[in-house]
Design a protein around this ligand. Structure first.
Ligand SMILES: NC(=O)c1ccc[n+]([C@@H]2O[C@H](COP(=O)([O-])OP(=O)(O)OC[C@H]3O[C@@H](n4cnc5c(N)ncnc54)[C@H](O)[C@@H]3O)[C@@H](O)[C@H]2O)c1
Length: 315
């Protein structure tokens, strides 16, 4: 297949591109190397992809309709991952979030409909569950109690996709990712921040006084779910993609400490606005309909990240 992958220089996009190229698909990447975090990391991911014969990069923004239209020509699927992805950053830059995550999503969706692309798979998030207290989170739970602008953006994307499917029959699959981690991970996420601080002897900030729980998902498992969704191309679906188990934040930190070979100095802090105490995915729907089966638990996944971090930063 020929696949348009937006956000190809991003963390999940990079791993998805590698998997698609490895099985023989042609990948057209679209990314604007947004400066939201160190663009060098994006350049380095992209340098790996450039070595592949079936990879083409279009350097541009999803907000530019002409670029989107050109990138979409003749594709069999769109995998739309480009977004501003941090919950906390959305408080500081609301206008950028509305532009990229809502207007940008619209440009991709509307052009997909105009060009009658056979299928669109897009990134949603566990954040759409917001204030939901029913654990584990099921796709059928209500998702109208948004706690952050980012969560609201992703919920809006699901509604927009639903409307386009209803009006024009565009096949759409939304994937609610749960705290994805792994090599080449994002510098604004906990695992990166913890590893970086511990290895440089700085204290780590532990929010929610360490009483939070997260469903942490290894990036290769997420990619398997994305690829299965591309292949199944259901008419209209939303799936949770998590590991399917919740881990205590303090246990996660212990694993980072073990992998770094040092104990962290910890600053215990209150919850941050927009954060939730627990995330936990019910993944039975993805298991049944996508054959999704997470394979990497945090005890194997965390050391893989730390090993990558040491190598990349030459520590
Ligand atoms: N990583 C997670 O834990 C997680 C969890 C839930 C949902 N998600 C979603 O998954 C997707 C990928 O996340 P990620 O962790 O790889 O983030 P990332 O920031 O590493 O990747 C996003 C990519 O999109 C690009 N981008 C941003 N604005 C753009 C624009 N206007 N035009 C073109 N490209 C643009 C960025 O340059 C970046 O390379 C996002 O939609 C995110 O919201 C991620």
């Amino acid at each position: 297949m020929r696949i348009l992958l937006t956000g190809s220089a991003g963390f999940i996009g990079f791993h998805t591109a590698k998997a698609l190229l490895a099985r023989g698909d042609e990948v057209v990447g679209l990314d604007n190397f947004s400066p939201y975090y160190d663009p060098q990391l994006k350049e380095d991911r992209n340098a790996q992809l450039k070595k592949e014969e079936n990879f083409t990069l279009i350097r541009g923004s999803i907000l530019d309709r002409k670029t989107v239209a050109k990138a979409m020509k003749g594709v069999d699927r769109i995998c739309h991952l480009a977004a501003l992805a941090g919950v906390r950053y959305s408080f500081e830059h609301p206008e950028e979030y509305i532009a990229t995550n809502i207007q940008g999503f619209f440009e991709v969706l509307d052009e997909a409909q105009k060009q009658q692309v056979p299928g669109l798979i897009y990134a949603s998030s566990s954040s759409v569950y917001g204030g939901n207290t029913e654990i584990p989170f099921k796709e059928s739970d209500r998702t109208d109690d948004q706690l952050s602008l980012y969560g609201m953006n992703k919920k809006d994307n699901e509604l927009m996709a639903h409307t386009y499917h209803h009006l024009y029959g565009l096949p759409v699959t939304g994937l609610r990712f749960f705290t994805v981690y792994g090599p080449w991970g994002r510098p604004d996420m906990a695992l990166f921040l913890f590893t970086d601080a511990i290895l440089h002897g700085r204290p780590i900030n532990v929010f929610g006084h360490g009483k939070m729980q997260r469903d942490f998902t290894y990036v290769d498992d997420i990619v398997a779910g994305i690829v299965a969704s591309i292949d199944k191309n259901y008419p209209e679906e939303v799936f949770n993609l998590g590991c399917g188990r919740r881990e205590e934040l303090m246990d996660y930190i212990k694993m980072v400490e073990a992998a770094c070979g040092r104990e962290a100095k910890k600053n215990f802090m209150p919850m941050q606005p927009g954060d939730v105490v627990t995330t936990d995915a019910d993944i039975s729907r993805a298991r049944k309909m996508l054959g999704y089966e997470p394979k990497t638990m945090i005890r194997e996944g965390v050391p893989k990240f730390v090993a990558w971090y040491r190598e990349y930063y030459d520590l």
